[in-house]
Design a protein around this ligand. Structure first.
Ligand code: ZN
Length: 197
């Protein structure tokens, strides 16, 4: 997911000094709207091997290289594994530890909220999306341990957006038909344009 208009500063490539092991990674090629891989369902990860650790590092680097990303699903770099990352960045008051989640599963939802979303795979398109406000998620972390997360607000929204990607769903599928009609020409441009490699 890309950053909605807000004050929080998200981490960028320049900040990788904070995470020394990322120094040797290269950003991966992002996949854009119109790429059939974005409509595929990703497969569960059975165990964490070196390949998963490398994917995690490369995806963090890819996210930070975008400059405005706060979440990324493996599907968006063309890897059909159920893996996502979330890094909404720090505020002055609190430090945010990036979430690196394999096989994330929403166990329960509560409430409702509407907020603007954007997607790194659908550049320059924003729309209001209605989603549950609060969620409980279980997942596997990078150490292969099962963890539970109960969250709301922006983190809950980014998690739902990224889990959607793992199921081949895009945020524009969740907006009203009328709004989608209005976006049709912008989507067509993204679909037909050459994207930076
Ligand atoms: Zn997205």
């Amino acid at each position: 997911m890309s950053k909605p208009k807000r004050k929080r500063k998200n981490r960028q490539s320049e900040d990788i000094d904070e995470i020394p092991r990322l120094a040797k990674t290269e950003p991966l090629q992002l996949r854009y709207y119109g790429d059939p891989v974005l409509r595929k369902r990703a497969e569960p990860v059975q165990e964490i091997t070196e390949a998963e650790v490398k994917l995690a590092d490369d995806m963090l680097m890819t996210l930070y290289a975008t400059g405005n990303g706060i979440g990324l699903a493996a599907t968006q770099v063309g890897v059909l594994k159920r893996f996502l990352i979330v890094d909404i960045g720090d505020t002055e008051e609190e430090k945010f530890e990036p979430l690196l989640l394999f096989n994330p599963e929403i166990l329960s939802v509560e409430g409702e909220s509407i907020a603007e979303e954007g997607c790194l795979s659908i550049p320059d398109v924003q729309a209001d999306v209605k989603r549950p406000e609060k969620i409980v998620v279980k997942a596997m972390n990078l150490k292969g341990e099962e963890i539970g997360i109960e969250t709301d607000g922006l983190i809950a929204r980014v998690l739902q957006h990224e889990i959607d990607h793992l199921n081949g769903t895009l945020f524009i599928d969740r907006i009203s038909g009328l709004k989608r009609q209005l976006l049709r020409s912008e989507l067509k441009i993204i679909q037909q344009s050459e994207h930076p490699k």
